[in-house]
Design a protein around this ligand. Structure first.
Ligand SMILES: Nc1nc2c(ncn2[C@@H]2O[C@H](COP(=O)(O)OP(=O)(O)O)[C@@H](O)[C@H]2O)c(=O)[nH]1
Ligand SMILES: [Mg+2]
Length: 221
Protein backbone atom coordinates (compact mmCIF):
# COMPACT_ATOMS: atom_id res chain seq x y z
CA UNK A 1 0.00 0.00 0.00
CA UNK A 2 1.63 3.18 -1.17
CA UNK A 3 1.06 6.42 0.74
CA UNK A 4 2.32 9.69 -0.73
CA UNK A 5 2.65 12.87 1.32
CA UNK A 6 1.92 15.87 -0.88
CA UNK A 7 2.00 19.61 -0.35
CA UNK A 8 0.21 22.24 -2.39
CA UNK A 9 1.74 22.70 -5.83
CA UNK A 10 4.04 25.66 -6.15
CA UNK A 11 3.52 26.31 -9.84
CA UNK A 12 1.86 29.62 -10.50
CA UNK A 13 -1.02 28.38 -12.61
CA UNK A 14 -3.21 25.53 -11.45
CA UNK A 15 -5.34 25.89 -14.57
CA UNK A 16 -2.31 25.35 -16.79
CA UNK A 17 -1.27 22.26 -14.80
CA UNK A 18 -4.83 20.96 -15.05
CA UNK A 19 -4.95 21.41 -18.84
CA UNK A 20 -1.57 19.69 -19.21
CA UNK A 21 -2.70 16.70 -17.12
CA UNK A 22 -6.00 16.45 -19.02
CA UNK A 23 -4.13 16.45 -22.33
CA UNK A 24 -1.75 13.73 -21.18
CA UNK A 25 -4.56 11.54 -19.86
CA UNK A 26 -6.46 12.02 -23.10
CA UNK A 27 -3.44 10.84 -25.06
CA UNK A 28 -3.29 7.75 -22.85
CA UNK A 29 -7.04 7.09 -23.09
CA UNK A 30 -7.61 7.46 -19.35
CA UNK A 31 -10.87 9.12 -18.23
CA UNK A 32 -10.21 10.82 -14.89
CA UNK A 33 -13.28 11.51 -12.74
CA UNK A 34 -13.03 13.88 -9.79
CA UNK A 35 -15.44 12.72 -7.07
CA UNK A 36 -16.46 15.38 -4.56
CA UNK A 37 -18.81 15.21 -1.58
CA UNK A 38 -19.18 15.59 2.16
CA UNK A 39 -17.36 13.02 4.31
CA UNK A 40 -19.43 9.86 4.62
CA UNK A 41 -21.74 10.51 1.69
CA UNK A 42 -20.59 7.32 -0.01
CA UNK A 43 -17.68 8.04 -2.39
CA UNK A 44 -15.61 4.96 -1.55
CA UNK A 45 -18.69 2.73 -1.54
CA UNK A 46 -19.73 4.01 -4.98
CA UNK A 47 -16.24 3.51 -6.46
CA UNK A 48 -16.10 0.00 -4.96
CA UNK A 49 -19.44 -0.91 -6.50
CA UNK A 50 -18.38 0.38 -9.93
CA UNK A 51 -15.13 -1.61 -9.74
CA UNK A 52 -17.04 -4.79 -8.89
CA UNK A 53 -19.74 -4.25 -11.51
CA UNK A 54 -17.34 -3.39 -14.34
CA UNK A 55 -14.69 -5.98 -13.51
CA UNK A 56 -13.51 -7.58 -16.74
CA UNK A 57 -14.85 -4.68 -18.84
CA UNK A 58 -12.54 -1.86 -17.86
CA UNK A 59 -9.40 -1.44 -15.77
CA UNK A 60 -9.77 1.05 -12.93
CA UNK A 61 -7.28 3.03 -10.87
CA UNK A 62 -8.16 5.03 -7.77
CA UNK A 63 -6.38 7.96 -6.16
CA UNK A 64 -7.56 8.37 -2.58
CA UNK A 65 -7.01 11.82 -1.06
CA UNK A 66 -7.36 12.32 2.67
CA UNK A 67 -5.77 14.31 5.44
CA UNK A 68 -4.77 11.10 7.26
CA UNK A 69 -5.14 7.27 7.19
CA UNK A 70 -5.09 4.77 4.35
CA UNK A 71 -8.38 3.00 5.02
CA UNK A 72 -10.05 3.95 1.73
CA UNK A 73 -7.09 2.90 -0.43
CA UNK A 74 -7.01 -0.42 1.42
CA UNK A 75 -10.74 -0.91 0.78
CA UNK A 76 -10.12 -0.38 -2.94
CA UNK A 77 -7.06 -2.63 -3.07
CA UNK A 78 -8.99 -5.42 -1.38
CA UNK A 79 -11.17 -5.48 -4.52
CA UNK A 80 -8.12 -6.08 -6.67
CA UNK A 81 -8.01 -2.59 -8.17
CA UNK A 82 -4.99 -0.32 -8.20
CA UNK A 83 -4.99 2.40 -5.57
CA UNK A 84 -2.67 5.00 -4.09
CA UNK A 85 -3.35 7.00 -0.94
CA UNK A 86 -2.39 10.65 -0.95
CA UNK A 87 -2.11 12.74 2.21
CA UNK A 88 -2.78 16.40 1.58
CA UNK A 89 -0.78 17.95 4.44
CA UNK A 90 -3.96 19.23 6.05
CA UNK A 91 -5.28 20.78 2.86
CA UNK A 92 -8.99 20.46 2.18
CA UNK A 93 -8.68 19.85 -1.58
CA UNK A 94 -6.50 18.42 -4.31
CA UNK A 95 -4.94 20.62 -6.99
CA UNK A 96 -3.83 19.55 -10.46
CA UNK A 97 -0.13 19.19 -9.59
CA UNK A 98 -0.93 16.96 -6.61
CA UNK A 99 -3.27 14.87 -8.75
CA UNK A 100 -0.58 14.46 -11.42
CA UNK A 101 1.98 13.37 -8.81
CA UNK A 102 -0.47 10.89 -7.27
CA UNK A 103 -1.34 9.38 -10.65
CA UNK A 104 2.35 9.14 -11.58
CA UNK A 105 2.76 6.62 -8.76
CA UNK A 106 0.46 4.19 -10.58
CA UNK A 107 0.96 2.20 -13.76
CA UNK A 108 -1.84 3.56 -15.92
CA UNK A 109 -1.14 1.29 -18.90
CA UNK A 110 -4.43 -0.25 -19.97
CA UNK A 111 -6.42 1.75 -17.42
CA UNK A 112 -9.72 3.18 -18.67
CA UNK A 113 -11.35 4.77 -15.65
CA UNK A 114 -9.37 6.64 -13.01
CA UNK A 115 -11.18 8.00 -9.96
CA UNK A 116 -9.89 10.77 -7.77
CA UNK A 117 -11.68 10.56 -4.43
CA UNK A 118 -11.21 14.18 -3.37
CA UNK A 119 -11.01 15.32 0.26
CA UNK A 120 -14.46 15.20 1.84
CA UNK A 121 -16.09 18.64 1.98
CA UNK A 122 -18.34 20.70 -0.29
CA UNK A 123 -16.30 23.89 -0.36
CA UNK A 124 -12.65 23.97 -1.47
CA UNK A 125 -12.64 21.03 -3.92
CA UNK A 126 -15.12 22.99 -6.08
CA UNK A 127 -12.59 25.80 -6.49
CA UNK A 128 -9.72 23.82 -8.00
CA UNK A 129 -9.49 22.20 -11.42
CA UNK A 130 -7.75 18.86 -10.80
CA UNK A 131 -7.23 18.00 -14.47
CA UNK A 132 -10.16 15.58 -14.41
CA UNK A 133 -12.22 15.08 -17.57
CA UNK A 134 -15.41 15.11 -15.51
CA UNK A 135 -16.40 16.41 -12.09
CA UNK A 136 -18.89 14.25 -10.24
CA UNK A 137 -20.61 15.42 -7.09
CA UNK A 138 -22.19 12.97 -4.69
CA UNK A 139 -25.07 13.97 -2.46
CA UNK A 140 -26.55 11.38 -0.13
CA UNK A 141 -30.16 11.25 0.98
CA UNK A 142 -29.40 11.73 4.72
CA UNK A 143 -27.67 15.07 3.94
CA UNK A 144 -30.94 16.64 2.80
CA UNK A 145 -32.32 18.18 -0.38
CA UNK A 146 -31.27 21.74 0.51
CA UNK A 147 -27.53 21.33 -0.24
CA UNK A 148 -27.73 23.04 -3.66
CA UNK A 149 -28.90 26.17 -1.85
CA UNK A 150 -25.96 26.08 0.57
CA UNK A 151 -23.09 24.99 -1.70
CA UNK A 152 -23.98 26.35 -5.15
CA UNK A 153 -20.45 26.35 -6.60
CA UNK A 154 -20.10 22.59 -6.15
CA UNK A 155 -23.25 22.01 -8.20
CA UNK A 156 -22.23 24.58 -10.81
CA UNK A 157 -18.81 23.00 -11.42
CA UNK A 158 -20.04 19.40 -11.61
CA UNK A 159 -20.87 17.55 -14.82
CA UNK A 160 -22.83 14.89 -12.97
CA UNK A 161 -24.65 14.63 -9.67
CA UNK A 162 -25.05 11.25 -8.02
CA UNK A 163 -27.84 11.23 -5.45
CA UNK A 164 -26.90 8.20 -3.42
CA UNK A 165 -28.37 6.13 -0.55
CA UNK A 166 -31.83 6.17 -2.18
CA UNK A 167 -32.51 2.99 -0.17
CA UNK A 168 -32.58 5.27 2.90
CA UNK A 169 -35.33 7.46 1.42
CA UNK A 170 -38.09 6.03 3.70
CA UNK A 171 -36.18 7.13 6.81
CA UNK A 172 -35.33 10.70 5.85
CA UNK A 173 -37.16 13.77 4.67
CA UNK A 174 -35.64 14.10 1.22
CA UNK A 175 -37.65 15.41 -1.70
CA UNK A 176 -35.95 14.04 -4.82
CA UNK A 177 -37.86 16.33 -7.20
CA UNK A 178 -36.87 19.35 -5.13
CA UNK A 179 -33.20 18.31 -5.06
CA UNK A 180 -33.20 17.78 -8.85
CA UNK A 181 -34.91 21.12 -9.49
CA UNK A 182 -32.51 23.00 -7.22
CA UNK A 183 -29.48 21.39 -8.87
CA UNK A 184 -30.83 22.12 -12.38
CA UNK A 185 -31.52 25.74 -11.45
CA UNK A 186 -27.81 26.14 -10.77
CA UNK A 187 -26.64 23.97 -13.64
CA UNK A 188 -29.13 23.12 -16.38
CA UNK A 189 -26.67 20.73 -18.08
CA UNK A 190 -25.93 18.57 -15.04
CA UNK A 191 -26.57 14.82 -15.42
CA UNK A 192 -28.36 13.40 -12.39
CA UNK A 193 -28.21 9.78 -11.23
CA UNK A 194 -30.29 8.74 -8.22
CA UNK A 195 -28.95 5.39 -7.01
CA UNK A 196 -28.08 3.13 -4.11
CA UNK A 197 -24.59 1.69 -4.03
CA UNK A 198 -25.88 -0.66 -1.34
CA UNK A 199 -28.79 -2.30 -3.18
CA UNK A 200 -27.51 -1.57 -6.70
CA UNK A 201 -30.70 0.26 -7.71
CA UNK A 202 -29.85 2.87 -10.37
CA UNK A 203 -26.20 1.75 -10.72
CA UNK A 204 -26.75 0.55 -14.30
CA UNK A 205 -27.54 3.97 -15.63
CA UNK A 206 -24.53 5.57 -13.92
CA UNK A 207 -22.21 2.85 -15.20
CA UNK A 208 -23.57 3.17 -18.73
CA UNK A 209 -22.81 6.90 -18.54
CA UNK A 210 -19.23 6.19 -17.34
CA UNK A 211 -18.61 3.77 -20.22
CA UNK A 212 -20.14 6.16 -22.78
CA UNK A 213 -17.99 9.03 -21.49
CA UNK A 214 -14.90 6.79 -21.68
CA UNK A 215 -15.72 5.80 -25.28
CA UNK A 216 -16.27 9.46 -26.25
CA UNK A 217 -13.04 10.53 -24.50
CA UNK A 218 -11.05 7.92 -26.43
CA UNK A 219 -12.69 8.70 -29.75
CA UNK A 220 -12.43 12.47 -30.05
CA UNK A 221 -8.91 13.53 -30.87
N1 LIG B 1 -27.75 2.74 3.12
C1 LIG B 1 -26.72 3.07 2.37
N2 LIG B 1 -25.52 3.31 2.96
C2 LIG B 1 -24.47 3.64 2.17
C3 LIG B 1 -24.57 3.75 0.75
N3 LIG B 1 -23.37 4.13 0.26
C4 LIG B 1 -22.55 4.25 1.33
N4 LIG B 1 -23.19 3.94 2.48
C5 LIG B 1 -22.64 3.96 3.85
O1 LIG B 1 -22.24 5.28 4.18
C6 LIG B 1 -21.08 5.25 5.01
C7 LIG B 1 -19.97 6.11 4.41
O2 LIG B 1 -19.61 5.58 3.14
P1 LIG B 1 -18.21 5.87 2.45
O3 LIG B 1 -18.26 5.21 1.11
O4 LIG B 1 -17.09 5.50 3.36
O5 LIG B 1 -18.25 7.47 2.29
P2 LIG B 1 -17.09 8.50 1.86
O6 LIG B 1 -16.56 9.10 3.13
O7 LIG B 1 -17.79 9.52 1.02
O8 LIG B 1 -16.08 7.72 1.10
C8 LIG B 1 -20.69 3.78 5.15
O9 LIG B 1 -21.22 3.29 6.37
C9 LIG B 1 -21.37 3.14 3.95
O10 LIG B 1 -21.68 1.77 4.16
C10 LIG B 1 -25.86 3.48 0.14
O11 LIG B 1 -26.07 3.57 -1.07
N5 LIG B 1 -26.89 3.16 1.01
MG1 LIG C 1 -14.01 7.58 1.38
Amino acid sequence: MQIIELHASVTESNDRDADALRAELKKRGVLLLNLMSSPGSGKTTLISRVIRDLQGQVRTAVLEADIASDTDARRIESLGAMSVQVHTDGMCHMDAGMTARGLAAMDLDGVGLAFLENVGNLICPAEFDTGAAKNVMILSVPEGDDKPLKYPLMFQTSDALVITKTDAMPYFTFDLDKAVLRARNLNPEIRIFPLSAKTGEGMDEFERWLLAELAAWRKNG
